[in-house]
Design a protein around this ligand. Structure first.
Ligand code: G
Ligand code: MN
Length: 261
């Protein structure tokens, strides 16, 4: 069982790692950004899935220092990539991070120290994160938006009040949940999923938001998404999350992306 003490130690010992999964332009497969994900390389237990420790991190409050560490490192890498190209690097933000007003200072500090342009830092929020006290969430998101960062709504379409979230919060990018992308491959459900994706794209466009469908696994999904008016996307079809070195080499055109073996 994972306990708080182990996780605290992991943070101190540098056993938490960042991996990077690209966002691609669908038309030509050019990288336009990446999502940063967390991994724990345990010295004796081996690799531990984030699903197994994020809960402990949330409940113990350790997610706050872990989140600050992620922000600082992510911004430092993104600042370097942005010397050559425009890359959006997005970090997932959990409910307790958003409830902690310290996130505004953490974002400001990470941007200041790295020199990264604010719009190149993305913060991904799930609809679950926005539930709780909506007025508090709105206040903090407004402060973050004032700094100039990009706000992404993650797993869109799976939450309870998706449309009201789009209306209420200053969202820049809608990440279409992979459950809608999956069906684009299957003739049986294709009709429904294609209509739903088309509706999300239309609504997002009309309200000035970009869309990034997630969980793209096949070329025919890419084609379907292009036909539905999506210009960007993310998923194993392009690459699994890559370690920093690999990601750097891939960005420089010196390595292939990572595909599941
Ligand atoms: O909730 P969020 O969208 O942040 O989830 C990110 C997770 O989704 C990561 O663990 C990542 O490995 C996984 N993921 C990324 N691309 C794909 C994909 O194409 N298919 C599936 N099934 N999972 C994916
Ligand atoms: Mn995400």
């Amino acid at each position: 069982m994972i306990v708080e003490r182990d996780l605290r130690q992991a943070l101190a010992d540098g056993d938490l790692r960042l991996v990077f999964q690209p966002f691609m332009r669908l038309e030509d497969g050019e990288p336009i950004g990446a999502e940063v994900l967390l991994r724990w390389q345990h010295p004796t237990e081996g690799y531990i899935e984030p699903g197994l420790f994020l809960d402990v991190a949330e409940r113990s409050g350790l997610i706050v220092p872990i989140g600050e560490w992620m922000l600082a490192h992510a911004c430092r890498h993104a600042a370097r990539w942005n010397e050559d190209r425009d890359v959006l690097l997005s970090v997932n933000v959990s409910a307790s991070q958003l409830a902690d007003a310290g996130i505004v200072d953490a974002v400001r500090n990470a941007l200041f120290i790295s020199g990264l342009r604010p719009e190149c830092l993305g913060l991904e929020l799930t609809e679950r994160v926005l539930m709780g006290d909506e007025r508090d969430a709105l206040r903090i998101l407004t402060q973050l938006k004032d700094i100039g960062v990009t706000l992404l709504l993650d797993d869109f379409g799976t939450g309870f009040s998706s449309l009201s979230h789009l209306k209420r919060f200053p969202i820049d990018v809608v990440k279409i949940d992979r459950s809608f992308v999956e069906g684009l491959d299957h003739p049986d459900s294709r009709g429904d999923d294609a209509e739903i994706v088309a509706a999300i794209v239309g609504m997002s466009r009309a309200t000035g938001k970009r869309v990034i469908p997630e969980g793209i696994e096949t070329e025919s999904q890419v084609e379907a998404l292009l036909a539905l008016g999506c210009d960007a996307g993310q998923g194993y079809f392009f690459s699994c999350p890559m370690r920093l070195r690999h990601f750097n080499q891939w960005l420089a055109g010196e390595a292939e992306p990572l595909h599941a073996t």
